[in-house]
Design a protein around this ligand. Structure first.
Ligand code: HEC
Ligand code: HEC
Ligand code: HEC
Length: 225
């Protein structure tokens, strides 16, 4: 946990120092709880007969925010598959989908992207236009600066899960593990943001904790001299 916090602050400053320069400490996620609120667990596959297409869809779950959208979007986009690859989020272009071409995304992939984007919006307490021009979701030339920060956030979360969280699988006691697949509690956007554009409303939490700001360097105490 200490190393993960240091890694986020040192190597992902382009995200966690992007704007108000707030950084991250234990409190950003934990807020007084041994296991933070807003962690998530794997839900899929439902059973082997429906693997592939169920996507845990049309079920009343908190992960889908009680919509009919898929509930398996966090594990699909934030965890690597067996080959170390991450699923592609992009689904939108200006070509007709009437004649399904090879490589065209399926409606299920579009729904999953939409579920993930709803999660972004709810995690930050914003709407789609905080990041996109909603007339042109496909066009990276018509996005806000926050789109780029969010894009880095996706890779940052993938890395923390892979390097620091998944390896805790064998360390945590059974009662900490998930209800369906006994997997470790996992973090994502909402674990830090908790409904705010900047966690803790942009409070600078790292200033007083130089030890947590660096992973492989000595803390900088010059601000206290
Ligand atoms: C480790 C904690 C953490 C996680 C996880 C995290 N963020 Fe952030 N995020 C921050 C902090 C801290 C800031 C504020 C940085 C600043 O303004 O200096 C921030 C800022 C942002 C901003 C810019 C807000 C602005 O005011 O410009 C966006 C957009 C954003 N995050 C999206 C995301 C998305 C999307 C995810 C998940 C894929 C995510 N974040 C995951 C900590 C986190
Ligand atoms: C980016 C979010 C995040 C930050 C920052 C963070 N943690 Fe955690 N922490 C988690 C998550 C998620 C879990 C539960 C999952 C796990 O242990 O795999 C957890 C679990 C723990 C646990 C195990 C609790 C239990 O009873 O099972 C301890 C102890 C802990 N963290 C300490 C810390 C300390 C100390 C810091 C700061 C140096 C810190 N964490 C920073 C997300 C975070
Ligand atoms: C916090 C920023 C943020 C918010 C809010 C957000 N998005 Fe996104 N969205 C992104 C980023 C970043 C990507 C690109 C992800 C990637 O491909 O790596 C993306 C990708 C997409 C895509 C795929 C684009 C393509 O090229 O096919 C669609 C569609 C989309 N978003 C729709 C939405 C909708 C609808 C909402 C509101 C419910 C929304 N987004 C809210 C940041 C955001």
């Amino acid at each position: 946990m200490i190393e993960m916090t240091q890694n986020i602050n040192q190597n992902w400053a382009a995200h966690v120092q992007a704007n108000a320069e707030v950084g991250v400490t234990c409190y950003t996620c934990h807020r007084g709880q041994p296991v933070p609120n807003n962690v998530w667990f794997r839900v899929s596959p439902v059973n082997s007969n429906v693997a592939g297409w169920s996507a845990n869809q049309n079920r009343v779950t908190m992960v889908s925010n009680f919509t009919s959208l898929p509930s398996d979007y966090l594990e699909t986009y934030l965890l690597a598959d067996a080959d170390g690859q991450y699923a592609q989020i992009a689904v939108h272009d200006l070509e007709s989908r009437v004649q399904q071409q090879p490589g065209d995304p399926l409606i299920q992939q579009t729904e999953r992207t939409y579920a993930f984007m709803n999660y972004f919006a709810n995690s930050l307490g914003v709407n789609c236009v905080f990041c996109h021009n909603s007339r042109a979701f496909y066009d990276p030339g018509q996005v806000t600066p926050q789109w780029a920060t969010a894009g880095l956030g996706i890779i940052m979360v993938q890395e923390q899960l892979e390097q620091y969280i998944l390896p805790l699988q064998d360390v945590l006691p059974a009662e900490r593990l998930g209800p369906v697949y006994a997997d470790v509690p996992k973090l994502a956007c909402r674990t830090c943001h908790q409904g705010e554009q900047q966690p803790l409303n942009g409070l600078n939490v790292i200033r007083n904790w130089p030890e947590l700001a660096v992973l492989d360097d000595l803390p900088d105490y010059s601000a206290f001299e």
